[in-house]
Design a protein around this ligand. Structure first.
Ligand SMILES: C[S@@+](CC[C@H](N)C(=O)[O-])C[C@H]1O[C@@H](n2cnc3c(N)ncnc32)[C@H](O)[C@@H]1O
Length: 285
């Protein structure tokens, strides 16, 4: 009888141990750190596309960065016809005095056009990850006598903009090159002032006749999918350019971040979008 009781006690202890181990293991799975959760946003392929980096975000392969040796291509005269830059400037609704971030500014083709429209008191932050591009941009700004800008050499994960410092972020033909789109857009979101807008200008991925390599184009649906997961609300898409979409977003739930309750209309969005945006939000996006 005593032996039987001992066996029962041993069995009980074993069961408790097994339960503890499995509880600890499931807690480990649930408690992914923010870094681990961010890492899961990206997937990889060992055999990248010819123009890609083998890293995927929302099913899209990220493209290689256009090198500074191609800066001349950004200044080609045919751009006037192919991209109608004046139409883009009008669509941006620029006003004197605005603070604008031109992310992936390249040689400054758009930085110059923006600087003229927001002068004399407005400022453009010309942000680029290539020091050589920044040098080319600075030389071009000098050549055109423009001073209302600051060049910013950023990193792949950080646009190096101060919190709530800009009214408008414009990204022409660059977002698809971001090696860390989640990290960049999280920081860009923080840099926007209340009511600020972020504008994606991307070659139309839906249009096979646009003569640009596939990874350097984006469909409107893909841009919307990614931006909404990053905490942005779609405002409008303007298809006034010959080859590119102009897709405009604003920062979503700004009032909540400031500790206020959202207005009723936003409560509905909050309910509908909750599942889609939950991951981004948990990651501090
Ligand atoms: C195709 S060029 C476009 C330049 C300019 N927006 C234009 O349309 O004339 C892309 C530029 O984005 C820059 N770029 C790529 N990834 C970047 C990032 N994470 N942050 C800032 N610039 C980036 C590249 O260095 C390059 O100068």
């Amino acid at each position: 009888m005593v032996a039987f009781i001992r066996i029962l006690i041993c069995l009980g202890i074993c069961l408790v141990q097994v339960a503890r181990v499995s509880q600890a293991q499931s807690a480990k799975v649930d408690e992914a750190t923010p870094d681990e959760a961010i890492a899961k946003l990206y997937t990889y392929n060992d055999v990248p596309d010819h123009d890609g980096i083998g890293k995927f975000y929302f099913g899209r392969e990220i493209s290689q960065v256009m090198g500074h040796l191609s800066a001349g291509w950004l200044e080609r005269s045919s751009r006037e016809v192919e991209e109608a830059p004046m139409k883009l400037m009008e669509a941006l609704k620029l006003k004197p005095g605005m603070a604008v971030a031109d992310i992936g500014a390249g040689s400054g083709y758009f930085t110059r056009r923006i600087a003229r429209r927001i002068a004399p008191d407005g400022i453009v932050y010309a942000v680029d990850i290539q020091p050589e591009m920044i040098k080319i941009l600075e030389a071009n700004m000098k050549k055109h006598g423009l001073t209302n800008y600051r060049s910013v050499l950023n990193t792949e994960q950080d646009p190096k903009l101060a919190a709530e410092s800009v009214d408008l972020v414009i990204m022409v033909d660059v977002y698809h090159e971001f090696a860390y789109p989640h990290e960049m857009m999280t920081a860009i979101r923080k840099a926007l002032r209340p009511g600020g807008r972020v504008v994606f200008v991307e070659y139309r991925g839906e249009d096979v006749w646009v003569p640009i390599k596939p990874l350097h184009k984006m469909t409107q649906a893909q841009v919307k999918k990614e931006a909404s997961a990053q905490g942005f609300k779609w405002i409008e898409t303007l298809d006034v350019l010959p080859r590119q979409h102009i897709i405009v977003f604003e920062k979503e739930w700004d009032h909540m971040e400031r500790g206020h309750s959202p207005p009723r209309s936003e409560m509905v969005i909050l309910g509908n979008e909750k599942r889609r945006t939950a991951t981004a939000r948990l990651l501090g996006g």
